[in-house]
Design a protein around this ligand. Structure first.
Ligand code: 7TS
Length: 409
């Protein structure tokens, strides 16, 4: 087993859910790409908020409303600092990555795309970075086209460059593929797209939990992610956008909070970010997410990332030495996602047999059907590792795979 460079037992103590038995065995949670587990700090922040501060934000002239508003806006400022965004006003709360991308597709897309325009997405996008663009493009007579991905799961940059022309108005790509783990060269994609006048949306759902993303260094136009994949609660997401683009975009959901004045003669809209936040937001979620960011800032993130990479290398080495396993997604640059098939067995059956041994993985097409079709498979078994996983858990996974093989092959 590789040498430990990160105090994994110390961080595991912060995650209460990890300490339980499932089907009579200690839980091995290898599904962090679907959602990460939550540290005590997040669980406590949410319960403290409901115990002590619960109130609606921005509208009450009383102490609880003030406290709730201060904590809610402090969380937004924490996200801005986390992404190195120039201003917290450029951080819009949404329900998740999916809603963030739908917001860009509707608010930016409907006012900027015309018939004949092209939107490029990679062939390995999550459905939530394909379908919102298709809905808007279909309504406007624009097209959504896939950027080719090679057999290792790596974007073909020269093919991408060849696709660019002045009809390409938006390039929307994942920072990291959820199905394969490939880290996409978004810096290069952004520079190439900007050179031909296209805007770039980055789906950061699978990136933010692994390293510090700097939206100004990237120079992306929009960046989307979900709190629940970053140790925070479900039901909350983030959209960062460049100020001039956000200012120019009309809102797509109307209601309270997003307006300045309402009359039947005409309505004017609130300033950023509230223009895009109709209705009562997920206040407890935002406050819980603020605690998640504080938690992340309290650990050595570089050591955590090195630990995740060591887990991946250890697991993939074992996979290469296990008969019947075929790795799907072997790009040179990957996050700690190991997707594989067991030849001769359906991924869903493998998943059930692993679960029976206390091991949680995800099986299926991972909401990335086009790339599964490209591989000619219905789906994979995906083990995704976070910094709270151990080498012993990787050993448990492979012992469980050997046992599953005796039933399946
Ligand atoms: N984009 C990527 C790259 C994702 O991995 C996901 C969720 C989404 C968008 C959508 O995020 P949501 O929070 O709005 O649902 N991915 C996964 C997954 O891999 N397993 O479960 C959810």
């Amino acid at each position: 087993m590789p040498e430990l460079l990160f105090d994994v037992e110390k961080v595991r103590a912060d995650f209460p859910i990890l300490h339980q038995d499932v089907n009579g065995q200690p839980l091995v949670y290898l599904d962090s790409a679907a959602t990460t587990q939550k540290p005590n700090a997040v669980i406590d922040a949410i319960s403290d908020y409901y115990r002590n501060d619960n109130s609606n934000v921005h509208r009450g002239a009383h102490a609880l409303a003030d406290r709730a508003t201060v904590k809610f806006e402090a969380a937004r400022a924490k996200v801005a600092a986390f992404l190195n965004a120039p201003d917290a006003k450029q951080i819009i709360w949404t329900r998740g990555t999916t809603e963030s991308i739908n917001l860009v597709a509707n608010c930016w897309g409907r006012s900027n795309l015309r018939a004949g325009d092209r939107v490029l997405v990679s062939a390995m996008e999550h459905h939530s970075n394909i379908v919102p663009w298709q809905l808007v493009a279909d309504a406007l007579g624009a097209s959504v086209e896939p950027i080719p991905v090679d057999v290792t799961g790596t974007i073909d940059l020269s093919a991408f460059e060849a696709m660019l022309d002045d009809r390409v108005k938006m390039v929307s790509v994942g920072h990291v593929s959820n199905a394969l783990g490939s880290i996409n060269p978004v810096e290069k994609i952004i520079a190439l797209a900007h050179a031909t006048g296209a805007k770039v949306t980055v789906d950061g759902a699978q990136a933010v939990s692994h390293w510090a993303v700097d939206v100004q260094a990237l120079d992306c136009d929009f960046y989307a992610f979900s709190a629940h994949k970053l140790f925070g609660p479900t039901g909350l997401g983030v959209l960062y956008g460049k100020r001039e683009l956000l200012e120019a975009m009309p809102p797509y959901q109307g209601g309270g909070e997003m307006i300045e004045t309402v009359s039947f003669a005409g309505t004017t809209f609130n300033q950023l970010p509230y223009k895009f936040e109709a209705g009562t937001p997920d206040i407890a979620g935002a406050i819980g997410f603020g605690a998640a960011i504080d938690y992340l800032n309290s650990i050595d993130r570089k050591a955590a990332a090195a630990h995740e990479q060591a887990l991946l290398a250890y697991a993939e080495e074992k996979a290469r030495n296990t008969s019947g396993i075929k790795l799907i997604g072997t790009s040179a640059n990957k996050t700690s996602v190991m997707s594989f098939i067991l030849e001769g067995a359906h991924p869903a059956d493998v998943g059930v047999l692993l679960d029976k041994q206390g091991i949680a993985v995800r099986t299926g097409n991972h909401c990335a059907q086009p790339i599964m079709d490209q591989y000619g498979i219905p789906g994979t078994v995906r083990a995704s590792f976070s910094f709270y996983n151990t080498f012993a858990e990787v050993d448990r996974l492979f012992a469980a795979i050997e046992k599953a093989k005796t039933f399946l092959l």
